[in-house]
Ligand binder design. Structure first.
Ligand code: FES
Length: 129
């Protein structure tokens, strides 16, 4: 079965309410493992969980960027042009905290991405920004 890319998550019919901002946290062969040293992976996931819906994903095929987190816009923001933001090398608790605050504020298309997160943004292969 092919892996589901984060872009497809917001299309799942889970309720009649508009889809909020969501976070995909990669946890598979590299992200969330001892291969990425110096990170409390459980704490990172716990910090993001509860702010907005969080889905743990299988490998997103960009392991060189582990730990990878994708912030998906709300349905309303997506309708105005907001797109998922891929963040890589999220291996610092301060970056996790910045992501948590950003998604709490509404995420892509609603709240400005904190400037510091520009250091973590990347474009996955096959996509344009
Ligand atoms: S395990 Fe996260 S990109 Fe491969």
């Amino acid at each position: 079965m092919p892996r589901q890319r984060p872009e497809a998550v917001g299309t799942e019919p889970t309720s009649t309410a508009p889809a909020p901002c969501r976070v995909v946290v990669c946890r598979d062969c590299c992200c969330g493992t001892p291969k990425v040293t110096g990170v409390d992976h459980d704490r990172q996931l716990a910090r993001l969980t509860g702010e907005v819906p969080v889905r743990v994903s299988d490998c997103l095929d960009v392991c060189e960027h582990a730990n990878v987190i994708v912030v998906q816009p709300s349905a309303a923001a997506r309708a105005t042009g907001a797109r998922p933001v891929w963040l890589g090398l999220v291996n610092d608790p301060d970056a996790t905290e910045d992501i948590a605050r950003w998604v709490q504020a509404g995420g892509p298309g609603v709240a400005p991405c904190p400037d510091i997160l520009d250091l973590y943004v990347f474009t996955p292969p096959g996509r344009s920004r």
